[in-house]
Design a binder for this molecule. Structure first.
Ligand code: FAD
Length: 219
């Protein structure tokens, strides 16, 4: 695997000071997210589909229905572009032009490979444990029929980029110094993702406690 931004198409040109080129930054963004947006071309039509995912060392793992258009296309070897975006805040500059968002974003280019047999089961466990740590050993395991209905794909993290925007607005000197600018509130407003209180479904017997592993989840 190469460092983020190491190819001509992953080199960040717009606001290059926001580029991160170390692998740890890539891992950090990917490991903190739950949803990836997968972009492919289908008969000339670009489509972008959100999916759950996990990172396993230097690969990204995704799974979906064997009948899914997206997964069938990916398994046929079409080029893909995947993004993971963590929205961290709204940036309120004195000018509308400089107003923006804070974020951590990773982009991966590549082609996926379909996994089968034990490799697929291992990958499904990694995805489950990324999204719902502790759940794999607690919930019922997938049957042969369910595995047949599932397509699990691996995408190498060979060609990636990471862009991170953080901190206060970057106002123009003229806006900071003008009388009008001095009357405008500016700054940034953090956005946090939070898990709510778990709600049992109607089949959970009264008095059943929440699994211990769920009580440790935090976002
Ligand atoms: C939550 C969020 C909101 C944003 N809102 C806006 C907006 O409203 N308007 C706007 O113009 N831009 C916005 N951006 C930035 C946007 O994603 C692009 O970085 C920017 O528009 C430049 O695009 P480009 O194609 O000119 O980039 P270039 O720098 O030419 O892209 C070259 C390469 O850099 C990498 N790259 C580019 N952008 C990103 C990225 N975000 N994350 C990881 N790698 C990247 C890719 O590998 C790409 O192929 C937003 C980003 C995020 C995450």
């Amino acid at each position: 695997m190469t460092n983020p931004g190491n190819s001509s198409r992953t080199k960040i040109k717009r606001l290059p000071e926001k580029a991160q080129t170390d692998v740890e930054a890539l891992y950090s963004v990917l490991d903190s997210g739950l949803v990836a947006h997968v972009g492919v071309i289908d008969h000339g039509q670009p489509i972008v589909i959100p999916v759950g995912y996990a990172r396993d060392r230097d690969t990204l793992l995704i799974h979906g229905s064997s009948a899914s258009r997206l997964f069938t296309l990916l398994a046929s070897g079409v080029p893909a572009c995947v993004t993971v975006t963590r929205l961290d805040g709204l940036v309120l500059a004195r000018s509308l032009f400089e107003s923006s968002m804070n974020y951590r974003c990773a982009m991966v280019f590549g082609t996926a490979t379909r996994l089968s047999g034990q490799a697929e089961v291992d990958a499904l466990k990694v995805v489950t444990e990324h999204l719902m740590p502790g759940r794999w050993d607690d919930a019922r395991q997938p049957t042969t029929k369910e595995l047949k209905a599932t397509m699990t794909l691996s995408l190498p993290l060979d060609e990636c980029s990471v862009k991170i925007s953080e901190g206060p607005p970057d106002d123009l000197d003229e806006d900071l110094e003008s009388d009008a600018g001095k009357t405008i509130w500016a700054g940034h407003i953090p956005i946090f993702e939070q898990l709510g209180v778990p709600i049992p479904d109607q089949y959970v017997p009264r008095g059943t406690s929440l699994p211990d592993y769920v009580t440790t989840w935090a976002r």
